[in-house]
Design a protein around this ligand. Structure first.
Ligand code: 5GP
Ligand code: ZN
Length: 126
């Protein structure tokens, strides 16, 4: 299903940010889950059979730049990831949640997101 997420105000959104466009519905994308804080959709270049992105609706540049007030969002992202993993039937076989923060970690999209990867055995370094 493709649907718009609506209700995002200008302060929360960066007009040049691809994940803001997806989270706001400006770029139509199939969402596997959404709530008031996060959306979940498929990575455009999947590295594993299941490779999803759990993305905050709010534009936060990176994990390193999260304010203390924003850190509860991490729990909401994990909750969403766990639900989708269960829905897709990989909760028992196993999955990995990863947040890349900054250049050395390979972050290329500077809008906070968590990778949810699974569907096959994952070596520690992929
Ligand atoms: P990072 O390295 O920043 O943690 O990961 C960013 C991820 O976003 C990459 O795995 C990349 O394939 C994915 N990505 C980049 N642009 C898009 C897009 O427009 N749509 C989707 N669905 N995924 C994207
Ligand atoms: Zn953004």
């Amino acid at each position: 299903m493709i649907y718009s997420t609506g209700n995002m105000n200008a302060e929360q959104k960066d007009s040049d940010c691809i994940f803001c466009k997806i989270a706001s519905g400006e770029m139509p994308t199939e969402l596997l889950y959404q709530d008031e804080d996060v959306v979940v959709f498929r990575d455009i270049k999947p590295l594993t059979p299941v490779h999803l992105l759990v993305v905050t609706k709010e534009h936060i540049h990176s994990l390193a730049e999260m304010s203390d007030d924003e850190t509860p969002l991490i729990g909401k992202m994990v909750k969403a990831a766990n639900k989708v993993a269960k829905d897709l039937g990989i909760a028992e076989s196993g999955y990995r949640l990863t947040i890349n923060s900054g250049a050395d970690a390979g972050q290329v999209v500077f809008h906070l997101h968590m990778h949810l990867m699974g569907g096959r055995h994952l070596d520690w370094k992929h």
